[in-house]
Design a binder for this molecule. Structure first.
Ligand SMILES: [Zn+2]
Length: 130
């Protein structure tokens, strides 16, 4: 008996919550459709594995090299979106004008060291003055 009334209570609570959110069935359906679409924005044409809408081309290409290595020269066999994909520049970063060739230096660490040595210098000079 107690169980039944609990179930009814939680059913009522659910209905209250749905009213609170203020979404119609259509809105809910639309947002779940969108979520479904987003979570399967890319689908491998060979094995039908799906990828999130925010998957980078490099991730899709990784799938090809991992699962369909014979297609790595023809990535569009798996994903249409990989047309013109350059394995040497998977995310188009080399094309970015601000990217300079060469290793990226950990600027923050260097700066911190500079600041520290400047502080030490300043400290030493102040110490000498006194
Ligand atoms: Zn696949």
């Amino acid at each position: 008996m107690g169980k039944g009334s609990n179930a009814q209570k939680s059913q009522q609570a659910r209905e209250r919550n749905q009213k609170k959110i203020g979404k119609t069935d259509e809105e809910r359906k639309a947002s779940s459709d969108k979520a479904k679409k987003d979570s399967a924005a890319f689908m491998c044409k060979i094995c039908r594995q799906t990828f999130m809408v925010n998957a980078k081309p490099s991730l899709l290409y990784l799938h090809i090299t991992a699962k369909h290595e014979e297609k790595k020269d023809d990535p569009t066999a798996c994903f249409d979106s990989l047309a013109g994909f350059d394995p040497e520049d998977p995310d188009g970063e080399k094309k970015a004008p601000c990217t300079v060739a060469g290793p990226v230096k950990p600027k923050k660490v260097v700066k911190k060291d500079d600041d520290l040595s400047l502080l030490l210098d300043a400290g030493l000079k102040m110490g000498k003055k006194k």
